[in-house]
Design a binder for this molecule. Structure first.
Ligand code: GP9
Ligand code: MN
Length: 433
């Protein structure tokens, strides 16, 4: 009902963080290119194996002075995995406590998502490039409600024979074979690339393996192969950047790169410990929580003020952050995240199961750790109060986001200048199916 909506609105209005004046609008009018790095964790960045970098190209971006990167950025997905990441990044609402929001509510819910906002307020053309079938995670229906104008799914590419692995077209081919479609998009465009090759079980044909790269020898095949497919993904991104430069798109674009969620699960993290220079014997819940960091980088060519920010944040915060870089105000929308560049950004990062991380404390499975040392925290009464306050905030934001989505409350909300999206306006079939 409307009063339930009012409750949500009151909460997100109070949370709202005003933009950082120095960065607001620095990418105004540029194309937005989003690169979704499948199952890609932050520990891969700057990681060396046998003194060789696993992801040399992404590392160079991470340290570039035109990149605004984050070192304490966490994924916040639940069972919806990739689809939860997509939902958080493009709507700034959480996925559901169980299941995938895309799969269960995505066909019918009202969304006020990035593609709709950008098309309506700044004339963007919007599209997704993905080498898997359109129906996976119910994308073919959900993307219409998000207002994506184009969805170039597997049917648009040759995925025969060794051109694909389990989840679709290999990443290098996705970037290369999508150019002919990308070049037809009217600028400015908002284009999202969802990669797949670095997905469990991390399989790669020998022809795609770099003969100069040797991986770990942990004895855990997933861990060892993860570095191989991550290395391949790094090369794929490098090749795509070469195309962007050559075509001239590069300097007129902002390229946002993120990892969607973990690739190595908690039960396997012990096998990673030695690679990370840690002991597997004392590996604990805190270590697992810290490994939920994923990359977030905004590459804004020519701006030269980039750096690595140590701010704590998560996927829920991306949409207001991106919109502010594009010079689009967000105060009027219902968003559960806040601009990561804002001095008012709240550094309490909720996991979907109500655990959380802040710069000071990490709460996992009922235990509070000191985030900087990893030791179990000995809290004064005052600190205990603060932790309880943070926990209440986390519980409340997840609850209100669930209420918004489960009751489809956005259908009652009508932000200034927003035209409701009609799924029937979109048709993704390419005539070849
Ligand atoms: C497949 C892909 C994988 O289309 O996006 O999703 P995931 O299994 O990571 O949720
Ligand atoms: Mn995924």
């Amino acid at each position: 009902t409307k009063s339930q909506l009012e409750k949500v609105k009151k909460f997100t209005d109070q949370l709202y963080a005003k933009p950082n004046d120095k960065l607001f609008g620095i990418a105004k009018g540029r194309n937005v290119i989003i690169i979704h790095l499948e199952s890609f964790q932050q520990f891969l960045i700057d990681r060396k194996i046998n003194s060789q970098e696993v992801t040399p190209f992404l590392n160079s971006l991470y340290h570039s002075n035109s990149t605004y990167a984050f070192s304490n950025f966490f994924h916040q997905v639940g069972q919806g995995k990739t689809s939860d990441a997509e939902n958080m990044l493009e709507t700034s609402t959480f996925g559901l406590p169980q299941g995938s929001l895309f799969a269960t509510l995505g066909s019918d819910n009202t969304f006020e998502a990035a593609p709709a906002i950008l098309e309506q307020r700044a004339g963007y053309t919007t599209g997704v490039f993905h080498g898997n079938v359109a129906s996976f995670w119910n994308r073919n229906n959900v993307y219409k409600n998000l207002a994506y104008q184009y969805f170039f799914d597997a049917s648009y590419y040759d995925t025969s024979g060794d051109k694909a692995t389990g989840y679709g077209l290999k990443d290098k081919l996705l970037f290369a074979d999508s150019v002919k479609y990308l070049e037809h998009l009217q600028q400015p465009f908002y284009a999202k690339y969802i990669t797949v090759t670095n997905h469990f079980p991390y399989e790669l044909d020998s022809e795609d393996k770099d003969p100069n790269f040797t991986t770990t020898n942990t004895g855990d095949t997933n861990v060892d192969n993860y570095f191989v497919t991550a290395h391949y993904l790094d090369q794929a991104v490098k090749e795509f950047f070469a195309y962007l430069q050559k075509s001239g798109l590069y300097k007129n674009s902002i390229i946002m790169i993120y990892g969607d969620h973990y690739g190595i699960s908690n039960s396997e993290n012990k096998n990673l410990a030695s690679v990370l220079g840690k002991s597997s014997e004392d590996w604990n819940d805190y270590d697992n929580a810290m490994l939920q960091r994923v990359p977030l980088m905004f590459v804004i060519p020519g701006t030269n003020q980039g750096k690595i920010y140590n701010t704590y944040g998560g996927e829920i915060d991306v949409l207001p952050t991106l919109l502010h870089l594009l010079g689009i105000s967000t105060k009027r929308y219902i968003m559960f995240g806040t601009d990561l560049f804002s001095s008012q950004h709240k550094q309490v990062v909720a996991f979907r199961n109500q655990d959380f991380v802040t710069p000071k404390y990490t709460s996992v499975n009922g235990t509070i750790y000191d985030t900087t040392t990893g030791k179990i925290a000995k809290l004064t009464a005052k600190q205990q109060k603060q932790v309880e306050k943070d926990q209440d905030f986390v519980t409340k934001e997840l609850h209100l986001s669930d209420s918004l989505n489960q009751k489809n409350l956005l259908r009652f909300y009508d932000p200034k200048g927003f035209t409701p999206v009609k799924a029937n306006d979109y048709n993704y079939s390419n005539g070849l199916q």
